[in-house]
Design a protein around this ligand. Structure first.
Ligand SMILES: Cc1cc2nc3c(=O)[nH]c(=O)nc-3n(C[C@H](O)[C@H](O)[C@H](O)COP(=O)(O)OP(=O)(O)OC[C@H]3O[C@@H](n4cnc5c(N)ncnc54)[C@H](O)[C@@H]3O)c2cc1C
Length: 470
């Protein structure tokens, strides 16, 4: 590493690392980004995992919070080559009777399709969808005095409930219950935990307000656009360099770390006070993921043809089944019938694969650090709603939690969110982003507003660093 001095150094090139780096660079400051991997992008990378000439998303695949992100939208990423593709239906959820319940782009169509529960679905979703543009920036910010206290208060009240309670209070039909449960299960928490409803509300409203898009050419295109934007703002990037200690970094006024608390404890070492290191050691990581990718010789033969209208499919059957599976994972068990999140991008993006081949992406939650092979169970679940799926498989790739962590040290024990807990605990952190070391900040998804490809954690961390250090 040269002796060059920088205004800011950013460690890690995930969406939050890029957001922090770009926010700094756009104010005219010199910024160096250092990335351990040879490829930039962290959770936005894509590669030919099956060696078939296909583009597979290694981590993130579907981006409701990416297309909605106030920070990404301020950058004009389309002018740097990013193209969102929004399938006609945001998400499909097949049921055992051969039908599927759909999160339609249109709120009214979704309401109509839900029959008697439509009115209740409208009661839950319409206030959020109606105030989406005001609400989202509030939700994607750390603790602050809200500009729209009424709308935020209403969301906060509903979001603080458990998904199970919200479902019990509002829905009677199998369809509406399953639809909401699948979205809430993105929380990785048991659905009877307070706060688990937040994910169902946010993802459901996003489906109607902005859709659940994929990035044309794979999620790596988001990273590529962010890179172009960063370079155009004068930034420098060094890849293939893993940082083990703060002392390895070039001199800089501000250091922004796109890493999680356990890594901070290791990298900062004795520079952190003892009580802070103890606190970091207590940071709770959540369930991990077991991830699979396939190349098929044709589209998935869903019993419910409606599933072909969406890139994202939630597989797990009823609310009760999904709640049971997530509860087992939380308590350290591997469910027989896991809840599977599946994405079939090439139905809508033909740039990802040679003709006739269909890359498919899926994962299920497993206990943190699990090494159990869930591939049979995942494929059984898909086969349940799409008989003949296995006959179409040409190639498959599997990653357990250890492989996830080896691929990206932020995925501690396979936890893809940088930690778990009631989402409100994230927002109530008194001094998010700041560490006890002067000029050193954490900008990853372990900070508010949390996981997902949206860059808002990095943006807020950089804003704080700019206020305090420059
Ligand atoms: C299987 C999977 C599926 C997902 N699906 C979705 C999805 O569909 N939609 C969505 O929005 N989100 C999804 N996510 C979550 C999303 O990817 C993350 O929330 C997001 O990437 C977090 O961004 P980040 O910048 O905080 O960290 P990361 O994206 O994890 O980036 C951290 C970067 O820091 C680097 N790094 C770490 N330590 C060091 C070090 N010591 N030295 C140098 N570099 C270091 C890492 O190599 C990495 O590049 C998924 C994640 C996974 C794994």
């Amino acid at each position: 590493m040269s002796d060059k001095k920088y205004d800011a150094v950013v460690v890690g090139s995930g969406p939050n690392g890029f957001a922090a780096a770009i926010t700094m660079a756009k104010t005219g400051r010199s910024v160096l980004m250092i990335e351990a991997n040879k490829t930039i992008g962290g959770g936005m990378r894509s590669s030919d995992l099956t060696h078939t000439g296909s583009i597979h998303d290694i981590c993130s695949a579907v981006h409701p919070l990416g297309i909605a992100s106030p920070f990404f939208n301020s950058l004009g990423l389309t002018s740097y080559g990013l193209e969102w593709i929004n399938p006609p239906v945001a998400m499909a959820h097949p049921l055992d009777d051969g039908t599927a319940v759909l999160l339609e782009r249109s709120l009214d169509t979704t309401i109509n399709n839900l029959g008697p529960d439509g009115r209740n679905y409208a009661k839950v979703m319409r206030p959020m969808v109606g105030h989406w543009d005001k609400l989202l920036p509030e939700i994607l910010s750390p603790l602050h005095f809200p500009k729209h206290p009424l709308a935020l208060g209403r969301f906060g009240f509903a979001a603080g409930q458990s998904a199970g309670y919200l479902i019990f209070k509002n829905f009677r039909s199998r369809q509406a219950k399953a639809l909401f449960a699948g979205m809430a299960a993105h929380s990785k928490m048991p659905l009877d935990k307070p706060g688990s409803a937040a994910f169902g509300l946010l993802l459901g409203a996003a489906g109607h307000a902005v859709g659940w898009p994929i990035a044309k050419g794979g999620s790596q295109s988001i990273a590529a656009a962010l890179k172009q934007c960063f370079i155009a703002s004068g930034g420098e990037i060094k890849t293939g360099m893993e940082i083990h200690s703060l002392s390895e970094l070039p001199q800089a006024k501000a250091v922004l770390l796109d890493i999680t608390p356990r890594q901070l404890a290791a990298i900062a070492g004795n520079r952190l006070p003892e009580n802070n290191r103890r606190k970091l050691a207590q940071h709770r990581y959540g369930p991990g993921v077991f991830k699979m990718d396939w190349v098929l010789n044709g589209p998935i033969p869903w019993k419910a043809a409606d599933c072909l209208k969406a890139a994202t499919v939630h597989i797990g059957g009823t609310f009760e089944e999904i709640a049971g599976a997530e509860d087992e994972v939380w308590h350290g068990q591997h469910p027989e019938y896991p809840f599977v999140l599946l994405v079939q991008p090439c139905l809508f993006d033909d740039t990802r694969t040679p003709a006739g081949k269909h890359p498919v992406w899926a994962y299920c939650h497993v206990p943190n650090g699990s090494t159990v092979d869930m591939s049979e169970k995942i494929e059984f679940q898909i086969e349940r709603f799409a008989p003949g799926f296995r006959d179409r498989v040409l190639f498959r790739s599997k990653m357990n939690t250890m492989a996830m962590e080896a691929d990206n040290p932020n995925y501690v024990g396979g936890d893809i969110a940088g930690g778990v807990g009631n989402p409100f605990s994230l927002f109530l952190k008194r001094t998010p982003y700041k560490t006890p070391i002067k000029g050193v900040y954490v900008c990853s998804s372990s900070m508010p507003p949390g996981a997902g490809v949206h860059g808002m954690c990095g943006y807020h961390a950089a804003e704080k660093a700019i206020r305090e250090m420059f």
